[in-house]
Design a protein. Structure first.
Length: 241
């Protein structure tokens, strides 16, 4: 499996604090069946700005060396939504944003309880720029949960969604699970990822979530959410859904 949302670079956000913790977290993911992890540290989310992509790359290189390729760690980021995303993306390698596996898909996080009014416009502009927006954990966003039409409007603008594995397993309570079920009923669930942070607070539980999806939503959904769509967003060009 490929896990596209994973906090594994130590000491730069709310993920692991030390190298030992980072290695243990990644090895736990490998033991659970994950072969490739996209490292997605918070970027431009106060207090985790992490604007220096070269420093993030140095951490990634060292983590790969410590792991010996099992699992493989590839670059990405989790960007906290703001209108500046268009300008930041245009800065390319001179800016702080990194697509998933350095491709054209960008993982975007919204505030927990709201979605800015200009989100549809920004997502449309990203689509024009051939950027595939991937919305991180919409099931844990208060506005999306209350008003799934808002999520539907962003998907209509070209966005894909990433649901948290633990949410499907009830680890965030009934609300996020119910929201994920509603999104799926509307055809708004595209990818499952762990959003792993630590072995205790948010461990990687991809295999359990994959079994849940197969049982509850069927084999076709499982293949799409854990293979086809994941592979699409980690390539340079994005298709599938």
């Amino acid at each position: 499996m490929i896990d596209i949302h994973f906090h594994c670079l130590p000491g730069i956000d709310d993920g692991p604090a030390t190298w030992d913790e980072a290695v243990a977290l990644c090895r736990a993911a490998a033991a659970d069946g994950t072969e490739t992890i996209v490292a997605t540290p918070h970027v431009l989310r106060d207090p985790w700005l992490n604007e220096d992509r070269a420093e993030r790359d140095r951490l990634l290189v060292r983590l790969n060396a410590l792991l010996g390729g099992e699992p493989a760690i590839v670059p990405g980021c989790e960007y906290f939504f703001a209108s500046e995303v268009l300008e930041l993306w245009e800065r390319g390698s001179g800016g702080p944003l990194v697509g998933l596996n350095r491709g054209s898909a960008l993982l975007i996080e919204f505030p927990a309880y709201a979605v800015p009014a200009n989100a549809e416009f920004i997502f449309h502009e990203l689509s024009v720029m051939n950027v595939q927006a991937v919305i991180a954990h919409p099931e844990r966003n208060g506005e999306f949960a209350r008003n799934p039409d808002r999520l539907q409007s962003l998907v209509a603008k070209g966005a894909m969604t990433q649901i948290t594995a633990g949410a499907l397993l009830g680890e965030f309570g009934r609300g996020p699970l119910a929201a994920a079920e509603e999104f799926h009923a509307r055809g708004l669930v595209h990818i499952i990822a762990s959003d792993a942070h630590s072995l205790t607070r948010r461990p990687p539980r991809m295999m359990a979530a994959r079994r849940w999806v197969e049982k509850q939503w069927g084999r076709a959904a499982e293949i799409a959410m854990f293979e086809t769509n994941v592979e699409a967003v980690t390539r340079a060009g994005v298709a599938a859904r």
